[in-house]
Design a protein around this ligand. Structure first.
Ligand SMILES: NC(=O)c1ccc[n+]([C@@H]2O[C@H](COP(=O)([O-])OP(=O)(O)OC[C@H]3O[C@@H](n4cnc5c(N)ncnc54)[C@H](O)[C@@H]3O)[C@@H](O)[C@H]2O)c1
Length: 354
């Protein structure tokens, strides 16, 4: 049976790159459909019409049906990827501002998709990803809604470790749980090397011990202060260099921030992490990814949206165990969930939030 994947926000940096990466990856079969979805605005419609032809010119051999869908209410898909909405910019400066801006967009998407594609699986990319997951999961089956921020952060953590060990990321497995934001939790105890090398294991142990010498929060705050100062005077290479010298768990808090200053988005990495989620859904083999999902006590008794390891398939997500976490990591994860709850409640109900 053919599969239909819809990208909401396909005219944007991430949505457009995702369309390209999906078609380049051979994930879809001939006859499958890729829907490029606009939001009723003539500017996005014009861009999508052009994008469709450009993609057909590039990937016609794949025989994937590429469609332009002008309105979210006309989506008819098995998998809906949400990349629509505002992003951080000089006008939308904080996560809270972004939440306020994207809340009505998430609500509109949830309402329209709940009636047009109620049985679809939803992958949320737009930020704040936890808010998007919360709003969608209130309208459709929560087990069919997953945010990809934790997969993105986990891939970044794996790359940062791989870089310091001088190996490719293909040999490193890593997890970042909790919030896709300041309360994210890089999990050193879950880092795995796919190479049986005593010297690499020693080097990894050394990194982990150095990370344990000072609290993550303090190291991140120091690093952020230094990087912000450099960015204020447009010293981009220097900012990247300062980030590169930091330990991997702190580096992943600031490197994307520097990239955002340079190019407004992180389209390649974000599309790649989203593709990981999509691959898991299409492979339908319950493979493990990391995602923000709405929990009802399944993991450490957490109720609310939180980034956790999940087994993902076409029918949705199932929680994976976090039994290997240290006591400190468990505590950080529970605190992160609490911080997400405060943030999303603040946006949804106007409650106070830090
Ligand atoms: N989770 C992650 O790791 C990650 C990484 C990068 C970006 N993002 C998020 O993804 C989203 C898109 O980022 P981008 O860089 O592609 O931004 P972009 O500005 O390039 O694209 C935004 C897209 O949203 C659409 N849009 C704007 N207003 C809309 C509305 N009212 N209703 C529906 N669609 C609307 C635009 O037409 C465009 O297609 C942002 O929310 C951003 O914060 C998440």
């Amino acid at each position: 049976m053919s599969i239909s994947v819809a990208i909401l926000g396909a005219s944007g940096a991430v949505g457009g790159m995702l369309a390209t990466q999906i078609l380049r990856s051979d994930l879809l079969e001939p006859g499958d459909r890729l829907q490029l979805v606009g939001h009723g605005a003539s500017s996005s419609e014009k861009k999508l019409l052009g994008t469709r032809i450009d993609l057909l010119d590039a990937f016609d051999e794949e025989r994937v049906e590429i469609e332009m869908v002008p309105n979210i209410g006309d989506v008819d898909a098995d998998i809906v990827v949400v990349t629509a909405g505002a992003t951080l910019s000089p006008e939308v400066k904080t996560r809270r501002d972004l939440g306020a801006q994207n809340r009505p967009i998430f609500e509109h998407i949830a309402k329209e998709c709940a009636s047009s594609s109620p049985d679809a699986l939803f992958i949320v990319v737009s930020n704040p990803v936890e808010l998007g997951v919360q709003i969608l999961a209130n309208s459709v089956d929560r087990r069919r809604v997953v945010g990809m921020g934790a997969e993105q952060d986990s891939l970044r953590f794996a790359r940062a470790i791989a870089r310091d060990l001088g190996i490719s990321r293909r040999y490193v497995r890593a997890s970042v749980l909790g919030e896709h934001g300041q309360a994210m939790v890089p999990v050193w105890s879950a880092v795995e090397l796919m190479l049986a090398s005593p010297s690499l294991l020693d080097a990894l142990r050394d990194l982990r011990e150095r990370a344990g010498n000072a609290p993550l929060k303090e190291r991140v705050a120091r690093l952020q202060a230094e990087v912000v100062q450099l960015l204020e005077t447009h010293q981009i290479p220097e900012a990247y260099e300062v980030a590169r010298r930091a330990l991997p768990d702190a580096r992943i808090f600031v490197e994307p921030f520097i990239t955002m200053q340079c190019m407004h988005s992180t389209p390649n990495a974000t599309a790649n992490a989203t593709l990981h989620c999509l691959e898991a859904v299409l492979a339908n083999d319950s493979r493990r990814i990391h995602g923000q999902v709405l929990l009802e006590g399944e993991v450490l008794g957490i109720g609310g949206v939180c980034g956790v390891p999940v087994a993902l398939s076409r029918t949705g997500w199932q929680p994976e165990g976090v039994g290997g976490l240290t006591a400190n990591e468990r505590e950080m994860l529970v605190q992160s969930a609490e911080s997400i709850r405060e943030f999303t409640s603040g946006i949804l109900y106007g409650a106070s939030s830090g």
